[in-house]
Design a protein around this ligand. Structure first.
Ligand code: ATP
Length: 245
């Protein structure tokens, strides 16, 4: 079956000179949670930005390879076109609008949806998955916790009725219990709403617990990939990425 996302040998260069991705290939099957793992600076964010065509603002460009969504080339689509086609990125660092309330933040995610009924239904769905956001709907994002802001960022992505969510480091800066809470919701969204996730994470342990398949990146290359259960028990992965020897 054609994967929802097929990244084929992409190279990315920043500022015309710095080669950051050196031929990255990965596949995300429809309905999967796929983890993109690796340390700081390995190239995870760059890979996600290449898919959602958000490199331009960073003075980056894809100079080789191809990216296909359900078999169709998408390198020339704008980020807005991609949202229309169901590809939404949740940026690292959450990026909620600090001065807007949680509900206003969520509504900004619905800009590609014109039907009021669909927007209202999506909002109710987000609140059903994130009851904490419902409780804090009137609060300014600036005064909510890091966990609530991460949930708000994911919730905002869901407002666009996505089929593929590119989720960048959802665990960053969050307490372990909150990380678990966020991942549980990701799993639920995957199982019940059939949302596919490509998840960039430094928290290898947690990501492999929830993903079905994983890719490990180092210095702009994929150095290993396999089913999450195999990666989690692989001796090299344990030594280098799980912090246990
Ligand atoms: P992190 O978890 O720290 O975000 P990452 O695996 O997501 O790491 P990237 O952010 O993709 O890694 O960075 C990959 C490499 O590209 C790093 O060496 C980084 O310094 C470099 N890089 C990232 N953004 C730019 C940019 N706008 N201009 C130049 N180099 C960049």
């Amino acid at each position: 079956m054609t994967p929802i996302l097929n990244v084929n040998g992409i190279e990315v260069i920043y500022n015309h000179v710095i080669l950051v991705l050196k031929g990255v290939s990965l596949q995300v099957p429809e309905g999967a949670i796929v983890a993109l793992l690796g340390g700081n600076g390995a190239g995870k964010t760059t890979t996600l930005r290449a898919v959602s065509n958000l490199l331009k603002g960073e003075r980056g460009e894809v100079t080789k390879g191809s990216i296909e969504l359900r078999g169709e080339r998408i390198e020339n689509l704008t980020p807005a076109d991609l949202v229309q086609r169901g590809v939404v990125q949740v940026m690292e660092g959450r990026h909620c609008f600090a001065h807007l309330t949680i509900e206003e933040n969520l509504l900004t995610g619905a800009y590609t949806r014109s039907s009021k009924g669909e927007i209202a239904a999506n909002l109710e769905k987000v609140y059903a998955y994130f009851p904490r956001l419902k409780q804090r709907r009137e609060s300014q994002a600036a005064y909510t916790s890091g966990g609530e802001q991460q949930m708000c960022a994911i919730g905002r992505a869901l407002m666009a009725s996505p089929s593929l969510v590119l989720l960048d480091e959802p665990s960053m800066g969050l307490a372990p219990q909150i990380v678990e809470e966020v991942f549980e919701i990701v799993k639920d969204l995957n199982t019940r709403e059939k949302v596919t996730f490509l998840l960039a994470e430094q928290n290898t342990n947690m990501a492999l617990k929830y993903a079905g398949y994983g890719y490990i990146m180092e210095s702009g290359r994929i150095v290993m990939d396999g089913p999450a259960s195999e990666l989690a028990t692989n001796e090299d992965v344990k030594e280098f990425y799980l912090g246990v020897g």
